[in-house]
Design a binder for this molecule. Structure first.
Ligand code: HEC
Length: 135
């Protein structure tokens, strides 16, 4: 009897874990990552006026006009690779830090301009969030 109960609770536990990891990240996850890692420069409303902005050599861009500045299309691939960072790129070429190292190995499939692309979970959430705040 004990064994059976144990078995059932283990299965329920595994199902719960499976459900949490299988869930696709959405804008809420992205907003949380943004609040922790990006507002210092880009500001709470993502318009580029965070508390550190004035002290930077380059101004943090307004992240709500990325689509508008790109002819009305949100530049997914560009945004994704800019945030993640290109290891081949010089660190001196930009002010903004690269966030690839801050992201885990948990990859989820994301449609990036028509191609299903394995994308770190945190980055997928961020993309959803940034896309949702375009003017
Ligand atoms: C230390 C300040 C700083 C932090 C922290 C920061 N950024 Fe930036 N960001 C900048 C600056 C400055 C630029 C302009 C390019 C440059 O000089 O690096 C920029 C540019 C960008 C761009 C490029 C827009 C384009 O034109 O393609 C995106 C997207 C972006 N940031 C998103 C983010 C996200 C998302 C986070 C958090 C994960 C973040 N940034 C954290 C300072 C910062």
């Amino acid at each position: 009897m004990r064994k059976i109960i144990l078995g059932v609770s283990t299965i329920m536990g595994l199902t719960l874990v499976a459900c949490t990891t299988a869930r696709m990240p959405d804008r809420t996850d992205g907003a949380a990552f943004f609040a922790e890692n990006c507002v210092s420069c880009h500001g709470a409303d993502a318009r580029g006026d965070g508390p550190l902005a004035a002290d930077l050599a380059d101004a943090p861009v307004d992240l709500t006009t990325l689509a508008r500045d790109n002819g009305g299309t949100f530049p997914e691939a560009r945004v994704l690779s800019f945030i993640y960072g290109d290891p081949e790129d010089s660190h001196l070429a930009r002010v903004m830090p690269e966030f690839g190292d801050a992201m885990g190995d948990d990859l989820v499939p994301v449609d990036i301009e028509g191609t299903m692309t394995p994308t770190p979970r945190e980055l997928a959430g961020l993309l959803a969030y940034l896309e949702s705040i375009q003017q």
